[in-house]
Design a protein around this ligand. Structure first.
Ligand code: NI
Length: 256
């Protein structure tokens, strides 16, 4: 069993290979966590999960979509999260690289969704880009009042930032980026990162690992990420797969 902890299987780019992907999930076997990024794609993720035993869903509003958030959004997410296949609130966060939504809106939408996760006792999947300090300020503030566990997907920061995330007990998402030629900094991150904090992910259809760059990413390629981690840490592929599968089961509270 291998788990792709972060992908977007509803993405239209995957339409032509969707059936192939669904079939490959049952073969390995493999679990894929399909992440919503707005209300509509959260519903699509749940539909995929309801129709496929190997898929679980998250519901949430991505920082890019924060401007679509309104008073009814939290209630909608709460109702969607009642579905048994929903395992987290995500992906939520801050993205100051693209700034598709105003910063203050992004922060407000993130905070409200962390509060919701606390209420529903669900973990949070975070997308943080060029916004580490604001994110840490929010985490510091909210962790005094609320209980929430976190997974920082597609981590790309420094080891200093990593240490702070680990001090909050967060899991760290590692993906195909570590197979890219310019991945130097991330290689040190992976060597430093304890195996019991790593979640492996594809972010499919994006971030396709070497040697499939230029093609669409898919959950089965997550094994290439595990393989690179094994190489960097001097472990066997099986050790990395077993540990990260257990990490994902623990974080998402997946059924045995
Ligand atoms: Ni994503």
């Amino acid at each position: 069993m291998i788990i792709d902890s972060h992908c977007h299987l509803y993405d239209n780019k995957l339409n032509e290979i969707k059936q192939e992907i669904l079939k490959s999930l049952t073969k390995t076997p493999q679990i894929a966590i399909c992440n919503g990024d707005n209300i509509e794609t959260s519903i699509q993720s749940i539909n995929l999960a309801n129709n496929n035993a190997n898929i679980f869903a998250t519901v949430g509003i991505h920082p890019h979509e924060a401007k679509t958030f309104d008073e009814s959004s939290i209630k909608k997410l709460e109702n969607l999260a009642k579905n048994k296949k929903v395992v987290a609130i995500g992906e939520i966060g801050l993205d100051y690289f693209y700034n598709f939504s105003p910063k203050e809106t992004q922060k407000n939408v993130l905070i409200q969704q962390i509060v919701l996760a606390n209420k529903l006792k669900l973990p949070c999947v975070f997308h943080i880009r060029e916004a580490t300090q604001d994110f840490l300020d929010i985490v510091k503030d909210l962790s005094q009042k609320y209980n929430f566990s976190g997974y920082v997907h597609s981590f790309s920061g420094s080891i200093e930032t990593l240490k702070i995330y680990l001090s909050y007990g967060f899991y760290i998402g590692i993906n195909g980026i570590i197979t890219f030629k310019n991945a130097n900094k991330m290689l040190d991150v992976v060597k430093f990162l304890p195996l019991n904090r790593i979640l492996i992910e594809t972010d499919a259809p994006y971030l396709t690992p070497v040697p499939y760059r230029g093609k669409l990413n898919r959950p089965e390629y997550v094994e290439l990420v595990a393989n690179k981690i094994a190489e960097l840490k001097g472990l066997s592929l099986q050790d990395v797969i077993s540990a990260t599968t257990q990490n994902a089961k623990t974080f998402f509270n997946l059924p045995e």
